[in-house]
Design a protein around this ligand. Structure first.
Ligand SMILES: CC(C)c1ccc(C(=O)O)c(O)c1O
Ligand SMILES: [Fe+2]
Length: 289
């Protein structure tokens, strides 16, 4: 079993780097934490949402190019993780020096989950812990989870829980909400015809930030695709809205924690009330059947 600690970053390709970075700054409230590369070979921009070096990266490239990077738990060796994945038939790529520099990490390995999602595992790197201040008036308290597309949620749940260390908190239909620490979920597997990141969640401090953001987004013509609402699963109040290249961003507040080692996953039916207990209806194709 490969013990995961937390999600470190999501990397997204884009053909409009300036537009994506402007969105991250002006709409999401993320702070630019530096750039690398050049206009000729492609640029990378690092975006901060909390005290860490960065949690979101936009780079010149194919907008279908999505990667999620996970920190391994302290004491888990990258080589041992690579050997385990290879033993189980998952080809592993070891990051070159240039690739490590691009990610601002000491070492990483890359592989795909059974749906084809590109996952990176990182050697624990001490994080300096720089203060973070949101770049617009929203109490964005940091990156929290991803919705990851799955072409077969039952198969992928077995991979994420059996090979990696995720645990099922709840299921909506066949789709599990998976935790890797006490937070209700860090990965929501998402039934889909193809792989990729479906949504990226940041936590905000309170319902005020959700509702103020709703008005803020409307005034700026950013399309809300779900909410404001409240998830019966994690208990979090939420707002989903459209980002660059069709990516969906979610703000939520009040996600529950699961500390009981005997927690048993609850089964929710795949129906609108399982996604929102206030009655909001999603305008997201994958949430409908
Ligand atoms: C609709 C998606 C899969 C979903 C469902 C539930 C929660 C939650 O309980 O917080 C989410 O964050 C989701 O993104
Ligand atoms: Fe979510």
């Amino acid at each position: 079993m490969i013990d995961l600690h937390d999600i470190r970053y999501v990397r997204l390709g884009t053909r409009d780097l300036d537009g994506a970075v402007r969105y991250a700054h002006d709409i999401l409230g993320l702070a630019e934490g530096g750039r690398s590369g050049n206009a000729k070979n492609g640029q990378t921009v690092y975006l901060r949402s909390d005290t860490r070096d960065h949690t979101l990266v936009y780079h010149d490239g194919d907008p279908r190019d999505h990667t999620v990077g996970f920190d391994l738990r302290e004491g888990v060796a990258l080589d041992a993780a690579a050997a385990e994945l290879e033993r189980l038939g998952h080809p592993v790529h070891r990051g070159s020096d240039a690739e490590c520099a691009q990610r601002r990490v000491d070492a990483f390995i890359q592989f795909r989950d059974p749906s084809g999602n590109r996952i990176e595992l990182l050697a624990p790197t001490p994080q300096a812990g720089r203060p973070f201040a949101p770049t617009r008036p929203v109490a964005n308290t940091g990156f929290s989870h991803v919705g990851l597309r799955s072409t077969d949620p039952v198969r992928d749940e077995a991979f994420w829980t059996g090979v990696l260390s995720a645990k099922v908190s709840d299921r909506i239909g066949a789709a599990p909400l998976l935790r890797i620490d006490a937070v209700h979920h860090k990965i929501a597997l998402f039934p889909s015809a193809f792989a990729g990141v479906q949504h990226i969640n940041h936590q905000v401090a309170s319902i005020d930030d959700i509702m103020q953001s709703w008005y803020f987004l409307q005034e700026r013509g950013v399309r809300t695709v779900f909410g404001p609402g409240r998830h019966p699963t994690s208990g979090a109040m939420f707002l989903y809205f459209e980002g660059p290249d069709g990516m969906v961003y979610e703000y939520s507040s009040g996600v529950s924690q699961i500390t009981d080692p005997a927690h048993r996953p609850r089964q929710f039916p795949f129906e609108p009330a399982s996604f929102c207990m206030w009655g909001a209806r999603p305008d997201i194709p994958e949430f409908r059947r």
